[in-house]
Design a binder for this molecule. Structure first.
Ligand SMILES: O=C([C@H](O)CO)[C@H](O)[C@H](O)COP(=O)(O)O
Length: 207
């Protein structure tokens, strides 16, 4: 199980300060959609250069012009790029093709996808990594719940989970053995991000 740190709603300086304090606890650095919108894809390049040993996920949330946007992120140094599960199959396929050519990976964000049939269809296009995700705005109605795992039951995909996950909800989520746990605010929004990341890592590792 890998820990992905989501850098959202942060400045470049805040992102790097937090990364410096938590780097030993995390496996994947997610550069949030808003951060990419603020600084452009050059922030992907900058963070990859600072942390060459970490996988970088660019949360591009691609929903159209798949080839062009996936290329932008992979060229800048992303290892994984997100594409929305509601995008047209042609968009999904184009991004998967770019990932193959550029030795990267696509994570399909299942935000607001409610049908397992759609996940099956995505899997049949070649997608092998999906994200079960409760969006920031919807978290006021409830954060990530393990019920969401039913969407991928029996479908041969790796799974990431995201949406307000914290040290209290993680133990239950862990029982479902997700491949990647994505955590943002429960680390970046804390007074002591290093302590928060360490606590989360300890839960993941049963320490
Ligand atoms: O993808 C995300 C969201 O859509 C905001 O852009 C977050 O990175 C993801 O939800 C994890 O962040 P937290 O919910 O703060 O843990």
């Amino acid at each position: 199980m890998k820990l992905q740190l989501a850098l959202d709603r942060l400045t470049r300086g805040e992102s790097i300060r937090i990364l410096e304090s938590v780097k030993q606890h995390i496996d994947i650095i997610e550069i949030g959609t808003g951060v990419i919108k603020e600084y452009g894809v050059s922030i992907i390049k900058e963070i990859k250069e600072l942390y060459p040993g970490k996988k970088i996920l660019a949360d591009m949330k691609i929903c159209d012009a798949g080839k062009y946007e996936a290329k932008q992120a992979f060229t800048a140094g992303a290892d994984i790029v997100t594409v929305m599960g509601f995008a047209a199959n042609s968009t999904i396929k184009e991004t998967l093709q770019v990932a193959k050519e550029m030795n990267g990976q696509i994570m399909i964000d299942l935000l607001e996808i409610q049908s397992a049939d759609r996940v099956k269809e995505l899997s049949s296009t070649g997608a092998d990594l999906v994200g079960l995700h409760v969006g920031k705005d919807k978290q006021s109605e409830g954060v990530f719940h393990t019920d969401l795992f039913s969407l991928i039951e029996g479908i041969p995909v790796q799974v990431a989970v995201a949406g307000g996950i914290n040290s209290k909800t993680l133990p239950d989520i862990k029982q479902h053995k997700p491949d990647i746990v994505i955590i943002g605010s429960a680390i970046t929004g804390q007074e002591n991000p290093e302590l928060a990341a360490n606590t989360i890592r300890n839960i993941m590792e049963d320490r």
